[in-house]
Design a protein around this ligand. Structure first.
Ligand code: NAI
Ligand code: CS2
Length: 485
C-alpha cells in the first residue's frame, strides 16, 4: 500500500487537513525525548500550529531512547502522520508536519547529543513515562543503583537515560559558549519540572560541580500540566484510516477533541507564542496539576484495576456501568476536598466533562494500557490524595478501594479467570512482597511496607492499612462489583 509522504500529500481527500506551510523551510527548534503517541497528539500539534502561524523556528526532532518503532513508522513518511480526532460517531483527520525526523538513541547517542547542542534548538520536551526519569517514586531521588544511571554517571560519552542525554547536551552547549536549554517535562508527574531538574542536577553534580551550578543558574525547567487522552494505536486503527485516506499512515495517532497544556512561564531562551496557540502560561501550575492527576488520573487508575478485574477491556465500558460511575463519583468526592482549584476551574463542571470524556466509545481506551506502571503512577494519583485526606481526619473508602484493586491486580488473573502479565518496573518487588501472604491484611501490610512506593508515614498509618484491607477483603470475598458498594 502506498504510504503517506511528501510525494502523496497533495493527493489526500479534500477534507483532510494538511500542514499548509513549506516544510523545506522549517528549522528544528525543539528536540523531543520519548517520541510516543502522546507527543504526536499533543505537543507536536502545538508546534505544528506555531509553524502554521508562520514561525518556522519550531520544527521537532523526535528521539526514541529505546526502540526504532516510531522512527520506522515516520521516516518513510517524511515525518508526516495523522492525528485522528474521534468523538462518538464523528472523526476529524489532520496531517501534522512538525516532526522533521526521528533518531533512535541506541543507534547513535552522539547524534542525539549533537542535535540537542544545536544553536537553533532552544527547547527539549520529554514524554519518557513516569519511570523514564529514573527517580525513586516515593522520594524523587535519582536511582543511582539503576544500571543505566550508573553507566551514565561513569561515562557520559554514550548516554543511556533521559537525564544523561540532558546533562551531556548541556555540557556540550556550555563548552561551546551556547545558552542552556528550556527542559519541558510533559509526563504525568507532580512538579514534573522540579523532578527533571533534580534528576539533571543530581547527575551533573556527581560529574562536574561547575556544570551543575551553570545549569542551576542559567537553565529552565518549567512545570507543566498536560492533558489529552491518547490511547495506543492499533492495527485496526491504521487499516480504518488507510481506507479513508487511500494511503497507509503507520505513524497515526488517535485521540479526543479535548486538549490542554498549562506551562509555568519560565523559559531561558526563545519559545513559540504559546498564548496565541491556546497554551496556558502561568506561574502556578500545581493547582492545575493536582486537579488533573487526582481527578482524571486517579479515576483512570482505579477503573483500570477494578474495571479490568471485572472483565471490562475499555474505559467507556467501565463508566457505562452505574455502580462504577457512582464509585468514580465517590472517589472524586473524596479527592476534590484535597484540591485548591485554580481560578477559572469549576470542579463540578470539570468532573462532568471528565465523565463525558471517559464515556467516549470511539477512543477504545484499554484498561490494560492504563494499568501499566502502577508503581510509578499510584503515588501521585491515589496515595498522595489519601495522605492528605487522612491528615485532615477524613475518610478514604473509595480511594482505598482503588489501591486495593491495584493490589488484587498483582495476582495476574481477572475474576473470570483470564490471565495477564504485570507491566510494571516494580513487578518483581511486588510479587516478592506479596508471596506467601495469608490474608488481605497481610497483603496490604506487605505493600505498605515498600518505602520506595508508600512514603512515610502513610505506610504505617493503621487507618490506611485498615481501609485498604477492608477494600481488598471485599474484593476477594464478594467480588469487585459488590465491593463497590
Ligand atoms: P508511548 O508508549 O506511545 O511512548 C512512550 C515513550 O516513552 C516511548 O518513546 C518510549 O520509548 C519512552 N520510554 C518508555 N520508558 C522509557 C524509559 N525508561 N526511558 C526513556 N524512555 C522511555 O506512550 P505515550 O502515550 O506517548 O505516553 C507517554 C507519557 O506521556 C505517559 O507515560 C504520560 O506520562 C504522558 N501522557 C500520556 C497521555 C496519554 O493519554 N497517552 C496523556 C497525558 C500524558
Ligand atoms: C492514563 C493517562 O495511561 C494512563 O495512565 O491515565 O495516559 C491519561 O490518558 C492521560 O493522563 C490523559 O491526559
Amino acid at each position: 500500500m502506498t504510504r503517506l509522504s511528501e510525494a502523496t500529500l497533495a493527493g489526500l481527500p479534500g477534507a483532510i487537513e494538511r500542514p499548509g506551510y513549506d516544510r523545506a523551510r522549517v528549522r528544528i527548534g525543539v528536540v523531543h525525548l520519548g517520541i510516543g503517541a502522546f507527543h504526536r497528539a499533543h505537543q507536536a500539534v502545538v508546534f505544528d500550529d506555531a509553524l502554521r502561524s508562520g514561525d518556522l523556528r519550531w520544527g521537532v526532532l523526535g528521539v526514541s531512547l529505546r526502540s526504532a518503532g516510531v522512527r520506522d513508522q515516520l521516516q518513510p513518511q517524511d515525518g508526516l502522520y495523522s492525528v485522528v480526532v474521534r468523538d462518538g460517531e464523528t472523526e476529524h483527520v489532520r496531517v501534522v508536519g512538525a516532526i522533521q525526523s526521528v533518531l533512535v538513541a541506541p543507534e547513535g547517542p552522539a547524534a542525539v547529543v549533537e542535535a540537542m547542542a544545536s544553536p537553533e534548538v532552544h527547547i527539549v520536551t520529554l514524554t519518557v513515562t513516569e519511570k523514564g526519569y529514573r527517580l525513586d517514586p516515593a522520594t524523587g531521588a535519582l536511582i543511582e543503583s539503576d544500571p543505566d544511571v550508573a553507566a551514565d554517571l561513569a561515562d557520559l560519552g554514550a548516554p543511556r537515560t533521559a537525564p544523561g542525554f540532558l546533562v551531556a547536551a548541556l555540557a556540550q552547549r556550555r563548552r561551546r559558549g551556547l545558552p542552556p536549554l528550556t527542559v519541558v517535562s510533559c509526563d504525568n508527574l507532580p512538579h514534573n519540572g522540579a523532578r527533571v531538574r533534580a534528576a539533571v542536577l543530581g547527575m551533573a553534580g556527581r560529574i562536574d560541580a561547575g556544570l551543575a551550578a551553570w545549569i542551576a543558574e542559567e537553565g529552565a525547567f518549567p512545570a507543566t500540566m498536560v492533558d489529552r487522552i491518547v490511547p495506543a494505536t492499533t492495527s485496526d486503527d491504521v487499516a480504518t484510516l488507510t481506507a479513508r485516506l487511500g494511503l497507509e499512515d503507520r505513524g497515526m495517532v488517535k485521540t479526543e477533541p479535548f486538549t490542554q497544556w498549562v506551562i509555568e512561564d519560565r523559559f531561558c531562551g526563545p519559545r513559540p507564542d504559546f498564548a496565541s496557540l491556546g497554551v496556558q502560561l502561568t506561574d502556578a501550575v500545581a493547582p492545575w496539576e493536582d486537579a488533573k492527576l487526582r481527578l482524571l488520573n486517579g479515576a483512570h487508575s482505579a477503573m483500570a484495576y477494578l474495571g479490568g478485574l471485572a472483565g471490562h477491556d475499555f474505559v467507556h465500558q467501565v463508566v457505562a456501568v452505574p455502580a462504577f460511575a457512582a464509585f468514580v463519583g465517590r472517589l472524586w468526592d473524596e479527592a476534590q476536598t484535597t484540591l485548591s482549584p485554580p481560578p477559572g476551574l469549576d470542579i463540578a463542571a470539570y468532573r462532568a466533562d471528565l465523565m463525558t470524556r471517559f464515556l467516549n466509545p470511539a477512543l477504545q481506551h484499554r484498561t490494560r494500557q492504563i494499568a501499566m506502571d502502577g508503581s510509578q503512577k499510584l503515588p501521585q494519583r491515589l496515595l498522595a490524595t489519601i495522605a492528605d485526606r487522612l491528615a485532615a481526619g477524613q475518610g478514604i473508602e473509595a480511594l482505598a478501594l482503588g489501591v486495593a484493586g491495584w493490589i488484587r491486580w498483582q495476582a495476574g488473573v481477572t475474576e473470570a479467570g483470564e490471565t495477564y502479565g504485570i507491566d510494571d518496573p516494580m513487578a518483581d518487588v511486588l510479587a516478592d512482597a506479596l508471596r506467601g501472604t495469608a490474608d488481605p491484611d497481610a497483603r496490604v501490610r506487605a505493600v505498605a511496607g515498600l518505602a520506595s512506593l508508600v512514603r512515610a508515614p502513610l505506610g504505617t498509618d493503621e487507618r490506611f492499612i485498615a481501609a485498604v484491607g477492608a477494600g481488598l477483603s471485599g474484593i476477594e470475598t464478594r467480588g469487585v462489583v459488590a465491593a463497590l458498594g
